[in-house]
Write a protein that binds this ligand. Structure first.
Ligand SMILES: [Zn+2]
Length: 328
C-alpha cells in the first residue's frame, strides 16, 4: 500500500505542483476523498493491533500529504517538523505553550507577517496576561515584544481547519518519536503532588498515633474538608466533657463510673446502660469495636440516635451521675 500511495502522491505532485494548484480546502478535500479513503480501505481488517512499524509507516505516508495540505514547505527538514517530547509530569497546557513559543521563535527569524493560531484559549490568555506565572509564557511575551511581525489568534478546534488537524497529527507523532525535552513541571502540578504527599504522611501519622483512637475509629481517613459532624457527635466520638470517664480524668469527678455502677464511657451509654435503653445501638463484640465506630459514625440513622442520646445525657446528668461521686 505504501508504494501505491507514494505513486499517487508523486502523480498528483507531478500534475499539480507542490500545492497541487489548489486552495487549501480543495487540497484537504482531495486528501480526504481519495488518499485517506485508500489508506483506510479495509483498515478494520489490518489496523488492530497496529505494530510500531506499521504506525510509523502510516505516519510517514500521511506526512507527505500533510505537507501539501498545510502548504508547509517540503524543504523543511524532518527535524523542523518534529515536536519536543515532554515528560509525564508536564501538562498539556505546558505542551501547548511550548508549541506556541516554538512557532513564535521560528516566525521571529523571518520578516514576513505571520499569524500563529491556537485552539486553546487558556494558553493565549496566559501569554496575554501581564502577571502570568508560566516561564514559557513569559519568554513568549519577550519574543512577541521584539517581533512585531507576529500575531496570535484563536481558532475553533472543532471546525476542521486543515492546518489545525495537521498539528493534531504531529502532536500524536511527538508522543511516540519526539525529541525528549526537559521543561520543569508546572507550579500547579507540583502543588497538587505536594498536597497528595502531605495527605499520605498525615494519614500515616493518624493511623499510627496514640491519641484520639476513638476518633480514629469513627474517622479513619484524614481529609482537609471539615467533617459534617456537629457538636453532639464530636462529644460522643471524643468522649469529651459529658462522660464520667472524661470528668474523672480531669479531676472534676472522683469516680469514672455511671450511676448504674458500670464504666461511664460513650460505648456504655450507646449500647448497655439501663438508663439509656431507648437510645441503644447494637453492642459490638470487643474485636469488632473499631468497625462498629466506623459504621455508626458513617450511618445517618445511627448518628441521629447518637445526637438524641447526647441531648438526653446532657439534660439528665444528675440522674445518670449521682452527686456522691462529685468533688464539689
Ligand atoms: Zn450506666
Amino acid at each position: 500500500m505504501k508504494t501505491k500511495l507514494t505513486h499517487l502522491h508523486q502523480k498528483i505532485t507531478r500534475i499539480a505542483g507542490t500545492n497541487w494548484g489548489l486552495n487549501k480546502d480543495l487540497r484537504r478535500r482531495l486528501f480526504k476523498t481519495v488518499a485517506e479513503r485508500m489508506i483506510l480501505h479495509g483498515a478494520a481488517a489490518w489496523a488492530y493491533p497496529l505494530s510500531a512499524r506499521q504506525s510509523r509507516l502510516i505516519n510517514s505516508i500521511q506526512r507527505k500529504f500533510l505537507l501539501n495540505i498545510t502548504g508547509a514547505y517540503s524543504s523543511i527538514p524532518t527535524a523542523a517538523l518534529q515536536i519536543p517530547q515532554l515528560s509525564p509530569f508536564n501538562t498539556v497546557f505546558q505542551a501547548e505553550l511550548l508549541a506556541i513559543q516554538e512557532a513564535c521563535l521560528w516566525a521571529s527569524k523571518t520578516n514576513q507577517q505571520i499569524k500563529v493560531w491556537s485552539d486553546r484559549e487558556s494558553s493565549l490568555h496566559s501569554i496575554a496576561s501581564i502577571d502570568t506565572k508560566s516561564p514559557i509564557a513569559q519568554q513568549t511575551q519577550e519574543i512577541l515584544l521584539k517581533s512585531t511581525n507576529i500575531k496570535l489568534g484563536w481558532i475553533n478546534a472543532h471546525v476542521g481547519y486543515s492546518g489545525n488537524e495537521a498539528a493534531d497529527v504531529l502532536v500524536k507523532k511527538a508522543t511516540q518519536e519526539g525529541i525528549p525535552t526537559f521543561i520543569p513541571a508546572a507550579r500547579n502540578h507540583i502543588k497538587s503532588l505536594l498536597q497528595k504527599e502531605s495527605i499520605i504522611r498525615w494519614q500515616k501519622e493518624w493511623d499510627n498515633g496514640e491519641t484520639g483512637r476513638s476518633v480514629h475509629n469513627g474517622l479513619p481517613k484524614v481529609k482537609t474538608t471539615p467533617t459534617p459532624w456537629q457538636r453532639p457527635e464530636i462529644m460522643f466520638v471524643t468522649g469529651h466533657v459529658l462522660f464520667p470517664t472524661y470528668l474523672k480524668r480531669f479531676n472534676i469527678r472522683s469516680s469514672d463510673s455511671c450511676g448504674c455502677g458500670k464504666l461511664g464511657n460513650p460505648l456504655h451509654y450507646a449500647t448497655s446502660c439501663m438508663f439509656t435503653t431507648s437510645y441503644h445501638l447494637t453492642k459490638p463484640s470487643a474485636d469488632l469495636e473499631p468497625l462498629w465506630w466506623k459504621r455508626v459514625m458513617n450511618n445517618n440513622n445511627s448518628r441521629a440516635k447518637i445526637k438524641k442520646l447526647i441531648h438526653f445525657i446532657a439534660e439528665n446528668e444528675t440522674l445518670l451521675f449521682p452527686k456522691h461521686g462529685d468533688n464539689n
